[in-house]
Design a protein around this ligand. Structure first.
Ligand code: SAM
Length: 264
């Protein structure tokens, strides 16, 4: 997989491309990653890559010529890779999109700065605009890193154990269970004993159930489609237990004796 990033700040990527999972993948030759300086394609003595917006207003706009020339250079290096613009107005990035992008032979990622890039460049050269969320960053560089990191993890062989990518939150459509490591007792707080039981099936059951419970509490929207039979049985068992608990309660608190009955 090849990543080519077009940026005004190529120095931001030196640590990113050489450390951690991505750094290892680059060292192993599974990923080729390079940041090109858009300013190298800017004309004039000052190599100006931005200018004032037509129509007035605050901020600067990235000029189309250096961007287009940088994309031409990138396309010579990666002729069939899509050109992805990082933009808060783009399609929302997700694990699903990471999977789509991981199937591409490579990615050319364009990082905007200032008020953004000239619209004519977008129309002419960009295949896909991607947003990493509903907030505004100062530049596309952190967004490009997010995209590359998530995509690289899906490239075969990049994770030591490819199975771990398959069980992670969002890949399964559920949040992943919590993780524990040594010590068994951390400041009086015990790790769940089942995880030390050596009983593989019980561990798997615990992981599935706690993952489901987390999803229910933290991201119930993820359960709106595609419940398995096993999940339905689990949810029914929990709801019956909760209903039983509520039914067996007398209402506590100052106004409980005179207050209205809680809705059932
Ligand atoms: N004026 C633009 C707007 O309101 O849509 C925002 C420009 S932002 C300050 C500068 C650059 O940061 C953008 O061109 C884009 O490359 C990047 N950027 C900012 N927020 C982003 C996000 N949520 N996702 C992806 N890229 C983002």
């Amino acid at each position: 997989m090849d990543f080519l990033v077009l940026t005004l700040f190529p120095g931001m990527f030196s640590g990113f491309f050489s450390l951690g999972v991505l750094g290892q993948a680059v060292a192993d030759g599974r990923i080729n990653a390079l940041a090109l300086d858009i300013r190298d394609h800017a004309l004039g003595r000052h190599k100006t890559a931005d200018d004032r917006p037509f129509g007035g207003g605050s901020g600067m706009v990235m000029k189309p010529e250096p961007l287009s020339a940088a994309v031409r250079e990138a396309r010579e290096r990666l002729p069939v890779a899509p050109v992805v613009l990082l933009s808060p107005q783009g399609r929302r990035f997700s694990q699903e999109m990471a999977r789509e992008l991981a199937a591409a032979p490579g990615l050319i990622l364009v990082c905007g700065r200032y008020e953004g890039v000239d619209e004519r460049f977008v129309e002419k050269d960009v295949d896909l605009a991607v947003s990493v969320g509903d907030y505004i960053l100062s530049g596309g560089e952190p967004a490009a890193m997010i995209v590359m990191d998530a995509v690289a993890r899906l490239v075969p062989g990049v994770l030591g154990n490819d199975e771990s990518a398959l069980t992670e939150s969002f890949e399964t459509g559920r949040l992943e269970h919590g993780h524990y490591t040594r010590p068994r007792d951390f400041e009086g707080d015990e790790a769940p004993p089942v995880l030390m039981s050596g009983h593989h099936l019980m561990v798997e059951k615990w992981r599935r159930e706690t993952g489901l419970l987390r999803t229910l509490v933290r991201r119930p929207d993820m359960l709106e489609t595609g419940l398995t039979k096993e999940e339905i049985a689990q949810l029914v068992a929990w709801s019956e237990r909760i209903a039983g608990l509520i039914a067996s309660q007398t209402v506590r608190g100052a106004h409980s004796s005179s207050g209205p009955e809680p809705e059932r």
